[in-house]
Ligand binder design. Structure first.
Ligand code: DAH
Length: 344
């Protein structure tokens, strides 16, 4: 029965060696050495056939017992090592350390300016409305007093979808759409995308405009001047000078273009001892077009003769360029995060 003793001793020896195996890797090496195919247990069992037949069952049973006992010891030690490893990791983890700040996005300058301008006008009682970007010839041109042979309809400028359907070239058609469905008095502001067949340093095929329209009994050019002057000073500062220059638009009469004193040189025309590059030395920059709604537009929407109104339209990118001192229109559309992050 020497083999039974040898087997029992194997358990004792394993206990001793297990206490020294202090990593899962060392534990695995030990398991292979004891329970592996050519391990200690297998070696002892290999003597079994040499025993007298009557001894074999006793030794065989002892071998099974020892094998199970050893396996249990390995499992125990394995969980103990894992628990120790976890406890160790927890002592190294400092839950009071500040976290890594997530990357914060920012609003696009076009969105910022649109929101700012709409905020100024809603503060004066205007209501924000919108209209379709795919527009009918009627609303984009015809009802705005632009007869078929008008140069603004030139194929050079307009992106046509069919003969009578096009990408709107301005936000002015929403004036007509609003008046066609609502009676005066009204005061609306219309932000949105517009499209033109144009692409160079200062033009992109899509850009943003904001249209304004106010109609009531007795609206005069004084209301137009007062409203737009208040708007310009809210965006560019109360010292900004405003100049109304006679101009022409088919849908307004009289029409004007509004210039503001240059934001870079303050209207002096010179900046850093050179002719100002923003206003080209004139001291003024153009900011929007406006006028008194032409009677032809009112009659297209069947408004009564007693009403009058003013309208205006401005380019959002242009306002953003002037306000933030951005020199290149393409910056707005390249989505370079180094540019965009500056508006956070
Ligand atoms: N629709 C004009 C454009 O795109 C801008 C404009 C000028 C709008 C005068 C108006 C206006 O409402 O009265 O160039």
């Amino acid at each position: 029965m020497d083999l039974v003793v040898t087997l029992e001793n194997l358990v004792e020896e394993l206990k001793e060696r297990l206490s020294k195996a202090d990593t899962p890797e060392a534990l695995e090496d030990l398991r292979v050495d004891v329970l592996g195919r050519k391990g200690r247990l297998a070696q002892i069992i290999s003597h079994l056939p040499a025993l007298p037949p009557e001894d074999r069952p006793v030794v065989g049973q002892a071998a099974n017992r020892v094998k199970e006992r050893c396996a249990a010891l390995f499992r125990e030690r394995h969980s103990a090592l894992l628990a120790a490893r976890e406890a160790d990791a927890l002592t190294r983890f400092d839950p009071t350390l500040p976290g890594r700040a997530p990357w914060r996005g920012s609003l696009h300058p076009v969105t910022l300016i649109t929101e700012e301008i709409c905020g100024i006008f809603t503060g004066m009682g205007f209501e924000v409305v919108s209209g379709p970007e795919v527009e009918n010839d009627y609303y984009n041109f015809e009802a705005l007093n632009m007869p078929p042979e008008h140069p603004a309809r030139d194929m050079q400028d307009t992106l046509y979808i069919t003969e009578k359907v096009l990408m709107r070239t301005h936000t002015s058609p929403v004036q007509v759409r609003t008046m066609a469905t609502r009676a005066a008095p009204l005061a609306v502001i219309v932000p949105g995308k517009v499209y033109r067949r144009d692409s160079d340093l200062t033009h992109t095929p899509m850009f943003h405009q904001i249209e304004g329209l106010m109609v009531d009994n007795g609206i005069t050019m004084a209301h137009l001047r007062g409203t737009l002057t208040a708007f310009v000073r809210a965006v560019f500062g109360f010292r900004t000078q405003v100049r109304f220059r006679p101009s022409f638009f088919p849908f307004t009469e009289p029409s004007a273009e509004v210039d503001i004193s240059c934001c870079l040189c303050g209207g002096k025309g010179r900046h850093k001892d050179e002719s100002c590059r923003v206003c080209k030395g004139t001291g003024w920059v153009e900011i929007l077009g406006c006028g008194m709604v032409d009677p032809a537009v009112f009659s297209a929407v069947n408004y009564p003769d007693r009403v009058s109104g003013f309208a205006f339209g401005l380019g959002v990118e242009r306002v953003a360029m002037l306000k933030y001192g951005i020199g290149d229109l393409r910056m707005f559309f390249e989505n370079d995060v180094r540019f965009l992050r500056q508006f956070a």
